[in-house]
Design a protein around this ligand. Structure first.
Ligand code: DGP
Length: 114
């Protein structure tokens, strides 16, 4: 079962965050603990605990989150690339159980990630 998270409080403007984009489907704000010069989280307004809780009805929303990530990336001075990440489950490093897309850029990344 999905529960209210800190991201719901941010989306409801109950706690502050630096919001860089919002529309009727999602809110994008700066990560409080950035791992790169640009680190933005794109969060759906619909409660979805993780990618594992996504259902076929969410297909268009999931595509929208990626397009928003792409558009925010285009507004940044990224060099030759950026990374889009969805940590899914504790073993992957997910700590907030509301689906979110990390957009990180502004430095060079290595592969495979840690
Ligand atoms: P993940 O580990 O994939 O669940 O990412 C959660 C991210 O959320 C992590 O990078 C830190 C960020 N975060 C946690 N709490 C807050 C908060 O209160 N405000 C903001 N802006 N970001 C937060």
């Amino acid at each position: 079962m999905s529960e209210e998270t800190i991201f719901h409080k941010i989306m409801n403007k109950e706690i502050p965050a630096v919001i860089v984009f919002e529309d009727d489907l999602c809110v994008a704000f700066k990560d409080v603990n950035p791992v790169a010069p640009t680190h933005v989280l794109i969060v759906p307004r619909a409660t979805i605990g993780s990618l594992n809780q996504a259902v076929p009805d969410h297909e268009k929303l999931l595509g929208h989150l990626l397009m928003v990530a792409r558009d925010i990336a285009a507004s940044q001075n990224f060099g030759d690339g950026y990374r889009v990440v969805i940590n899914t489950g504790a073993d992957a490093g997910q700590t907030v159980f509301q689906l979110h897309v990390h957009l990180i850029g502004g430095r060079k990344f290595h592969w495979p990630p840690g």
